[in-house]
Design a protein around this ligand. Structure first.
Ligand SMILES: Nc1ncnc2c1ncn2[C@@H]1O[C@H](COP(=O)(O)OP(=O)(O)OP(=O)(O)O)[C@@H](O)[C@H]1O
Ligand SMILES: [Mg+2]
Length: 420
């Protein structure tokens, strides 16, 4: 008897440091959908470090797209799903060539580049603060002149292509702007990244919206409040709690604005993660991305029958209708554990006591012991995550704060090489 052909696979585009792959792999197993993981690595390294995985060098997008298309000749694909911004453009281009559901490459480019995003939002008549893009080596005097003439203070300096608030700095006057620009330029040249932009500071509370697009139809999944103030100079994310405590009309305004933003950027299909700020002039988009929520934060979300966000996204990627899926009733939240100071993390004490706080579901420390902790704006990784659930958002927020208060981080100062 001939073997039954296996159904087309989903190709998951990951990076070596992503927190997200495991949840997608588990969801695919649950759904019995073949899933192949591609990883952003030069192929010569991948052969030894990641045997069995498809290696794609995201810095060479043309080659990466070609590699995927060649791969699809022997392994039919149903969809290509990037787990974070870095794979979005390659996914869009390869899916376009292969005739799979995809976002417009311009939408993918916007997800990679905050300047392109602002340009597309503005072109789509979405309310946008004044902004201006700069090359890495633009002179400070030039930046200051443009900011004074067209943007004003307070403003925010931010790299075009980094994530997780890395390099995002608020400046209230010309002196702070000078310091921020020098710091961002130093960071960008050290890591070989592109330029930066400066945009007007949007006052107000911040929320994050998780949604999915199905053939251009915007379907909100969860709205998170961010109850800790994010007023700068750096923007370290801490607590996310859902459902939102905002009133109904305000929540509707957030969803409408995010949908408008997604459309202006050109997103058509798959996950959307949007961040917005609210003030007396309404809802303002900080960012709209064609990917799902970062870090381990998706663990806070469960849908019908305990379905994970990753499972929902895989279902949507293979063409199943997910629009009727609802988030579970109970409140839930996460704290991205702030990095208290730079140094070497020796150990985390109080884990059992923190875990024992009613409502706490899990605490995951993601920085390994004896590794360096680097706070924002230069740092790029989280110390860990605390997860809680409960009857109301208030209960969840309180549980997160109490659990965090019971943790003690033993951090050794790092002695600079020259002082040893
Ligand atoms: N124009 C602005 N006004 C006020 N705050 C801002 C502004 N731009 C950014 N921020 C703050 O900085 C944080 C990080 O900025 P942003 O979301 O643009 O970049 P990112 O978080 O590094 O990117 P990503 O969300 O893709 O990881 C925002 O969540 C917000 O708190
Ligand atoms: Mg952001």
């Amino acid at each position: 008897m001939p073997a039954t052909p296996s159904p087309p696979a989903i190709l998951l585009l990951t990076t070596p440091h992503t927190y997200r792959a495991a949840a997608f792999i588990a969801a695919a197993k649950q759904l019995n959908i073949p899933l192949i993981t591609a990883v952003d690595l030069p192929p010569e390294l991948a052969a030894t470090q990641w045997p069995g995985k498809l290696a794609l060098d995201y810095r060479q997008p043309d080659t990466a797209v070609q590699t995927i298309c060649n791969f699809a000749q022997t392994t039919p694909l149903a969809a290509i799903l990037p787990v974070d911004d870095s794979g979005v453009l390659i996914a869009a281009r390869a899916a376009q060539v292969l005739g799979l559901p995809h976002n417009q490459p311009q939408a993918a480019a916007a997800a990679r580049d905050k300047l392109v995003m602002r340009q597309l939002l503005q072109a789509g008549d979405v309310p946008t603060p004044p902004f201006h893009g700069f090359a890495l080596n633009d002179k400070l005097a030039q930046v200051t002149a443009v900011v004074q003439a067209h943007i004003g203070f307070p403003c925010v300096v931010k790299p075009r292509t980094l994530n997780g608030s890395r390099g995002v700095i608020r400046a209230n006057d010309a002196d702070e702007l000078a310091t921020a620009v020098r710091r961002v330029q130093r960071l960008l040249s050290a890591i070989g990244a592109d330029g930066f932009l400066v945009e007007g500071y949007l006052p107000g509370v911040e929320v994050a919206l998780e949604a999915v697009l199905d053939n251009g139809r915007f379907h909100p999944l969860a709205l998170f409040d961010k109850p800790d103030p994010l007023e700068g100079p750096f923007f370290e994310e801490t607590i996310y709690v859902t459902p939102s405590r905002l009133d109904g009309p305000t929540q509707t305004a957030v969803v409408d604005m995010a949908a408008q933003g997604a459309q202006a950027i050109g997103l058509q299909t798959g996950p959307v993660h949007a961040e917005l700020r609210l003030n007396d002039q309404g809802a303002w988009i900080v960012e709209v991305n064609g990917r799902s929520i970062g870090g381990l934060c998706s663990q806070t979300l469960r849908f019908d029958m305990g379905m994970s966000l990753e499972e929902l996204l895989l279902r949507q990627a293979v063409g199943l209708d997910v629009r009727s899926l609802q988030r579970e009733q109970q409140a839930s939240g996460v704290m991205m554990i702030p990095i208290p100071r730079p140094g070497i993390l020796r150990r985390v004490e109080g884990l059992a006591a923190a875990q024992a706080v009613p409502g706490i579901d899990e605490i995951t420390i993601t920085t390994p012991e004896h590794h360096r902790l680097l706070p924002l704006p230069e740092g790029e990784s989280y110390l860990g995550f605390i997860f809680a659930s409960g009857t109301t958002p208030e209960v969840v927020e309180e549980a997160l704060r109490v659990a965090h208060g019971r943790l003690h981080f033993v951090i050794d100062e790092e002695i600079p090489l020259l002082a040893r």
